[in-house]
Write a protein that binds this ligand. Structure first.
Ligand code: NI
Length: 209
């Protein structure tokens, strides 16, 4: 059995992969990152790779089981096209207007629903270079940033649905939960306790002064 990445370095980040509902990282509010190091820069680059492979346009750290307030966006979803954005410790403000658009989520395969959100928002964050970012966004970019910010809060887009629509997706979520539990019972995925212990370790490494 290979050593866990923590065996040699308590801040080590192991191989990252996309996690699906109901992995505990998805419901755990992410913590502000206090340190930027090479492992984080590597993790962000891997997040872009995972996002492109899965044909997504945004990905939050929770979705690769990292408990940090980081998300990445490329509204084109295509490597080499458009612009890559990294948001670290983001804050949203000035919500204006309302827009309804269909959303999906790489951690909720097969689930797509119309979601109502503010049409415009301001996002402030830090870049990977440690520089401040402030953007006033609308359209798809504003929507993706709000969806990814929700991930950092442990929220998923079905949480934002009105009751009837939420009922409609409930059986899909139950189906995903059964698949996840099945993988755990066959030993293909660690238990929740093991997954949570790993999140605790990563949080202790970079979110405490
Ligand atoms: Ni998502």
């Amino acid at each position: 059995m290979p050593d866990s990445p923590a065996a040699t370095d308590p801040s080590a980040i192991g191989p990252l992969e996309l996690v699906e509902f109901p992995h505990p990282a998805l419901r755990r509010p992410a913590k502000p990152l206090l340190r930027l190091d090479d492992a984080i820069r590597e993790a962000v680059s891997r997040m872009f790779e995972i996002m492109y492979e899965a044909e997504g346009i945004g990905l939050a750290a929770n979705q690769v089981a990292l408990p940090y307030r980081i998300f990445v966006v490329n509204c084109t979803g295509r490597q080499g096209l458009g612009e890559e954005h990294v948001f670290i410790n983001p804050v949203l403000s000035r919500p204006r207007g309302t827009a309804v658009q269909e959303e999906g989520c790489l951690s909720l395969p097969g689930v797509r629903m119309d979601v109502r959100r503010p049409e415009r928002i301001v996002v402030e964050a830090w870049s990977l270079a440690g520089e401040p970012i402030k953007l006033d966004l609308d359209g798809l970019f504003a929507r993706v940033v709000q969806h990814e910010f929700d991930h950092l809060e442990g929220r998923l887009f079905p949480d934002r649905l009105p009751e009837a629509a939420a009922l409609e997706v409930r059986h899909q979520l139950e189906g995903l939960a059964q698949v996840f539990a099945g993988k755990q019972s066959r030993g293909e995925l660690p238990t929740d306790a093991t997954l949570v212990a790993e999140l605790d370790r990563l949080e202790a490494a970079r979110c405490r002064a």
